[in-house]
Design a protein around this ligand. Structure first.
Ligand code: ADP
Ligand code: MG
Length: 632
């Protein structure tokens, strides 16, 4: 007997389901898309247990005829596509007829639906891919799909689910994104008794952005208006005429720099997608306006003839392929670039450092993703490699500057250097050998400041330039971590509580890290539906910075798909506080302050880079100085 056997339908179902239904959020996505395809204007999502216990999506769309309600569970049963030719021009979000059977194959599903054309509706129950019951039911026009115990029949998949909070955060951001694309519809998301999102129908995207993110974010955005471009139809068929490409939406000013892509929302013909081509077009539009490791906020809607885009590329329909990819890419890039240039915010040139990143800083100053930063720490315990060297980015503005690559053995007392007198034909001396060592920091003599921002100091290894902000940041970072470890974080009461508005995904994140925030000196508690009130903050943090720090922490935590470990979270919190509390650049410093700063820096564990991975000190080595003057 042969070994190969044809899989039973039941098994085949589960395999296919694995592609469409990856996690609770994919169920929510399929159900929301069905509701939108059905023309619903009210969409209500209820979840429990991060979606793995319960997902219910109820809509007031067109509903299904009773007979269709049963048919909908057949694989490849769809009302949206009838022929292969139709695949070339899909105008609906769904088309494969796979979602309902795939979800039903891995859960206990109840479909309740009624079409406006019939007086009664239908209730269909299925579990693990089998229809259990179908009966008439009295209900209003519309559809409610209830999915319980996701993956209960596929324990192996269940094991791959992340924590409830993580899955919930995915669902929350998905619901948020769909609500952004459909401002004219009402969306409600509830997790247990918590209402995470409730937005009623409004006139346009701007109002929706306001509902979700608040006025502050809206002020930072530039409206693209309606950008158009005509492209020739395939084969240049004159009879078809030109096809129109349209772009609209909102993008942030270059000063608004996010550390992850979570604030980029891309829609092609109303479909939420993750597309490399469009992502690339967006970052090219910001090229040189923003450090490479930062991302803007963007809400982009690209509309085109559905024959111009193939949506049948990915099982979850999150990727698309354009017929004229490079044309679409350039159109999107140029449109955004043009808007940014037209509205050129004056602050680009004179902007103060934002977060840990300054706009006019060299590439090496760009923030590293946190995980990369921790990896480096792990790779070299006790010493972080200067970001410029490790990542192959330019090391800094001075072409000949050498960054120490590793700690050298401590040298005894400071050595006096005798500059070779070339007139007497000195050979290459001792001082020309060896690279500067960070132990030299201990005996640096400050000479003054460059641009009130960089401490210039003489040392036995050469001339040092120390970034006063990042140096202080490093000092504070280690100090905060020590205080936190010993449970002695200093807190200061704020005169007035600061009320911070959170997006649904941020609320979830906030709940997850609330106790760590508290222990780190933030006395913050939920206040109203999507806001928290901060009553106390860590000592040294200005009230004006509290909100920024909170957002920064939430953003970094959010970006880690598996959730940050407690250790990493503490580092994120400490880094964020340190950055805000540290001496700023463009601050004149007295000599005693400079001496204190250098001594404190020398006493840190990792004086060579700031918590975000930027270099703290550059050394112009003796050897290079001597070479520069042709003395060796
Ligand atoms: P697809 O969306 O690809 O057609 P689905 O399995 O998601 O496949 O749905 C199968 C069919 O069930 C749809 O084509 C549609 O006719 C019907 N349907 C599913 N959900 C709804 C809904 N919320 N309202 C009305 N009809 C629905
Ligand atoms: Mg569908």
């Amino acid at each position: 007997m042969g070994r190969i056997r044809v899989l039973s339908d039941q098994v085949a179902n589960k395999i296919a389901a694995g592609e469409v239904v990856e996690r609770p959020a994919s169920v929510v996505k399929e159900l929301l898309e069905n509701s939108l395809d059905a023309g619903a204007t009210h969409l209500r999502i209820e979840v429990d247990g991060g979606g793995s216990r319960l997902i219910r999506v109820a809509d007031n769309g067109c509903g299904m005829l009773r007979d269709d309600a049963l048919l909908a569970f057949e694989r490849h049963a769809t009302s949206k596509l009838s022929s292969v030719a139709g695949l070339d021009s899909i105008a609906t979000l769904g088309f494969r007829g796979e979602a309902l059977p795939s979800i039903a194959a891995v859960s206990r599903l109840v479909l309740e639906t009624r079409s406006g054309d019939e007086d009664t509706g239908m209730r269909v129950e299925a579990a693990a891919g089998r229809l259990l019951r179908a009966e008439e039911a009295a209900m209003a026009v519309g559809t409610t799909v209830t999915v319980r115990d996701l993956f209960y029949s596929v324990p192996a998949r269940r094991k791959f689910l992340r924590s409830e909070q993580t899955e919930l955060a995915h669902i929350a951001s998905l619901a948020t994104q769909y609500s952004l694309a459909h401002p004219g519809k009402t969306f409600l998301l509830r997790s247990g008794a918590n209402e995470l999102l409730h937005v009623t129908a409004v006139g346009d995207w701007r109002e929706r952005v306001y509902q979700i993110f608040g006025g502050r974010v809206l002020e930072e955005l530039v409206d693209l208006g309606l950008r158009r471009k005509e492209i020739a139809a395939a084969g240049g068929g004159a009879e078809e005429g030109a096809r129109l490409l349209q772009l609209s939406g909102l993008v942030s000013r270059p000063q608004v720099q996010r550390l992850n892509r979570n604030s980029i929302f891309l829609f092609v013909n109303g479909r939420l997608i993750r597309d490399r081509l469009l992502m690339h077009a967006l970052s090219s539009a910001y090229h040189n306006l923003m450090p490479a490791a930062c991302y803007p906020f963007a809400l982009l809607f690209l509309e085109c003839d559905c024959r111009e885009v193939d949506v049948n590329v990915h099982p979850a329909k999150t990727e698309v392929r354009f017929r004229c990819g490079s044309l679409v890419h350039d159109f999107v890039r140029d449109s955004i670039r043009a808007v940014l240039m037209e509205s050129r915010p004056a602050a680009v040139a004179s902007s103060p450092p934002v977060a840990a990143v300054s706009l006019d800083a060299p590439q090496a100053a760009a923030t590293l993703p946190f995980s990369e930063f921790t990896q480096r720490l792990e790779a070299a315990p006790g010493l972080e490699a200067p970001s410029g060297l490790a990542s192959g980015e330019p090391a800094g503005p001075l072409p000949e500057v050498t960054l120490p690559a590793a700690a050298a053995a401590p040298t005894p007392a400071a050595v006096r250097m005798r500059v070779p007198d070339t007139h007497r034909g000195f050979p290459e001396g001792d001082f020309a050998a060896g690279l500067p060592s960070l132990t030299a920091l201990a005996d640096l003599r400050p000479l003054g400041q460059l641009h009130d921002s960089f401490i210039v100091a003489a040392g036995r290894d050469g001339l040092w330039i120390v970034d006063q902000h990042v140096a202080h940041e490093r000092i504070l970072f280690e100090q905060i971590l020590r205080s936190r470890a010993s449970g002695r974080m200093e807190m200061q009461r704020l005169l007035m509580p600061i009320v911070v508005e959170l997006t649904p995904a941020q609320q979830v994140e906030f709940a997850r890290i609330a106790s760590e925030l508290q222990a780190s000196g933030f006395d913050a508690e939920p206040f109203g539906q999507r806001t928290v009130a901060v009553k106390a903050a860590p000592a040294g943090v200005a009230a004006a910075d509290v909100e920024k720090i909170l957002f920064e922490i939430l953003e970094t935590a959010e970006q880690e798909p598996r959730g940050l470990s407690l250790n990493d979270l503490r580092r994120v919190v400490a880094a964020s506080i340190a950055c805000r509390a540290a001496i700023k650049v463009n601050t004149p410093l007295e000599r005693s302050k400079m001496e204190w700063l250098l001594a404190a820096l020398a006493a840190t564990d990792c004086p060579m880079s700031c918590p975000h991975g930027r270099p703290v000190a550059l050394c112009y080595a003796n050897r290079d100085i001597l070479r520069g003057f042709h003395r060796i």
